[in-house]
Design a binder for this molecule. Sequence first.
Ligand code: HPA
Length: 273
Amino acid sequence: MHLLFDKIHETVSYIQSQTTVQPTTGIVLGSGLGGLIDVVDIITEIPYHHIPHFPVSTVEGHAGKLVFGKLGNHPVVLMAGRFHYYEGYSMEEVTFPIRVMKGLGVETVILSNAAGGMNELYQVGDIVIIKDCINLFPEHPLRGKNDERLGVRFLDMSEPFDRQLIEKAQQIATQQSLKVHTGVYVGLQGPTFETRAEYKWLYIIGGDVVGMSTVPEVIVARHGGMKVFAASIVTDLGIRDELNTISHEEVLEAANKAAPKLAALVAALVTTS
Ligand code: HPA
């Protein structure tokens, strides 16, 4: 059997044969946030289907390539198009690119997503810096035999999101006159949006926003000892009124509208580190 460890290193070797960039920051571009690519000086692009062991993304609005370049002076890798559990990928596949980032030398992972808002203070288009998360996925990415070369068996998750990065992002937001919230992200599998009763429940258990990604990637990034920063764009308000229907189109539209603000925040966060 092909061990995960060996697969990661085959993939890393292939990527290193294709680019000279040695990224220290890895950025996962969630729904509608592909625009960050526009502020990166691109050096190499590798479509997922060229990369050994990489899954290929299927969702509309999610291109599929790794982009290597410079954000300011910082060598970065961008994941344009991510893998969602609801698409049918295994947890190992969903989080494989994060393992590869670690293998490439990445020290900080930045994740973005579109999310439904439960917190009553949030509006559509708001940005939420994620300070903690609740894992409601039905499968755990670290389930199974643990390979100590990749990380510890029992991982501490008392502070999954790097406090210094959160504080810095808050300061940058103030400088940019950008309103940001700081909240708790609940991750569940989808692909249905939540019922009204579920949104209410998610709020009661401590969630501020909800989405179908991010949590598995955060867990694996922490397993690999990388620092994590994550932010959501609020694309709909789950618990607000009787007739709050949601469509994927509305989610993408709201995410696209707010994306430049989040891109500017992330760009400043990376370039001033
Ligand atoms: N729920 C889950 N995922 C989402 C939502 C939501 O309301 N909005 C955008 N992604």
